[in-house]
Write a protein that binds this ligand. Structure first.
Ligand code: DAH
Length: 348
């Protein structure tokens, strides 16, 4: 009796000590086998009952049975505690924090031309200009006629036009917005108009659709020097530095006098004879401009005897390429989203 009692107490103690040290379901299983398995300590103890003197068997049997029950209960309790703890750990690991930014999110980016458009519009808005727009599907009247380009005018040949059967067309430049803005807002007026324009041109350096930005200022006593100052300011602000500028006499039917602006090559500043951007000339053509022709002001229903002004036109695609070092025009038009989203160099 004494031996059996001792054994029962030993097995119970040993079980409780081992149970205390358990942290995982695997360890719990091992413990279960160690005590209640075929060769487990409790099993062996239970088997030994038969060897006890008959008068001791009943009590020993009862004690062992209650130890077996206790072990079963404690194992079940421990299992529940471990499972709960593991579930909680898992839940914490898998918990979704809806306030965190999504993983692997693609960064969006403006198209370089749109970025350029925004930058120049911003600069011009800083100089008091508003952003205006006009239709891409335009009438001959606004695209040519009002801009002092009558049907017989040779300047129409300069711009290969997409015509519709009814004589309407896809605008070949943003200049028609000059007329629309004058008719809509009157004088004085300061607008820029960015937008798509279309010409029957398609090779490695020309796209049938490209982007321009028109500028128009109408006021009293506007001088040529204000035009030069404005355009120089704009270009320097856009490139973020003071560039050498050169104004060349030119011709546009809608301005008189007319000129074109060349800026110092942003790539080589004129120091590289083999420069891929300026081809060694040291200069880049960036804008056409001039004092608005009186006929154009009149077409806008403004009196050219009271008001005058200037206008300019910029090629946005070219400016985007120059600022962001884009060497192939096709990158702007191919719709290659991988390229466009992967940091073409713009500010995102
Ligand atoms: N419309 C001209 C073109 O597409 C660009 C231009 C030149 C616009 C002179 C102007 C200007 O407003 O004054 O080539």
């Amino acid at each position: 009796m004494a031996v059996t009692e001792l054994n029962i107490a030993d097995v119970r103690d040993a079980f409780l000590v081992s149970l205390n040290a358990i942290h995982s379901l695997q360890e719990l299983d091992d413990l279960r086998v160690k005590f209640t398995g075929k060769k487990g300590e409790l099993t062996l103890l239970l088997r030994s009952v038969g060897k006890l003197p008959p008068e001791q068997r009943k009590q020993a049997g009862q004690e062992m049975n209650s130890l077996r029950d206790e072990i079963d209960i404690r194992l079940a309790e421990a299992e529940k505690i471990i499972r709960d703890a593991e579930n909680e750990k898992l839940e914490i690991q898998e918990r979704i924090d809806v306030t965190l930014p999504p993983k692997g999110r693609l960064k969006g980016a403006f198209h370089p031309v749109l970025q350029t458009m925004h930058e120049i519009a911003d600069i011009m808005q800083g100089l008091g200009y508003s952003v205006a727009s006009g239709p891409e599907h335009e009438e001959d009247f606004y695209n040519f006629e009002c801009l002092n380009i009558p049907a017989w005018h040779p300047a129409r040949d300069m711009q290969d036009t997409f015509y519709f059967n009814d004589g309407t067309l896809l605008r070949t430049h943003t200049s028609p917005v000059q007329i629309r803005a004058m008719l809509q807002y009157g004088a004085p007026l300061r607008i820029v108009c960015p937008g798509k324009v279309f010409r029957r041109d398609n090779d490695t350096t020309h796209s049938p659709m490209f982007n321009q930005m028109e500028g128009l200022l109408i006021d009293k006593d506007v001088s040529f020097s204000v035009l030069k100052g404005t355009i120089t300011e704009m270009v320097n602000a856009f490139f973020g530095r003071s560039l050498k500028a050169r104004f060349r006499a030119s011709y546009f039917p809608f301005t008189e006098p007319s000129m074109e602006l060349d800026i110092e090559c942003v790539e080589c500043s004129g120091h590289d004879e083999d420069c891929r951007v300026c081809h060694g000339t040291g200069w880049l053509e960036v804008a056409g401009m001039g004092m608005v022709h009186p006929n154009v002001i009149r077409a806008g229903k403004i009196d050219p005897n009271i008001y005058n002004g200037f206008a300019f036109g910029l090629g946005l695609d070219r400016l985007a390429m120059l600022k962001y070092g884009i060497s192939d025009l096709r990158l702007l038009f191919d719709g290659n989203t991988a390229y466009l989203l992967s940091g073409w160099g713009g500010e995102f």
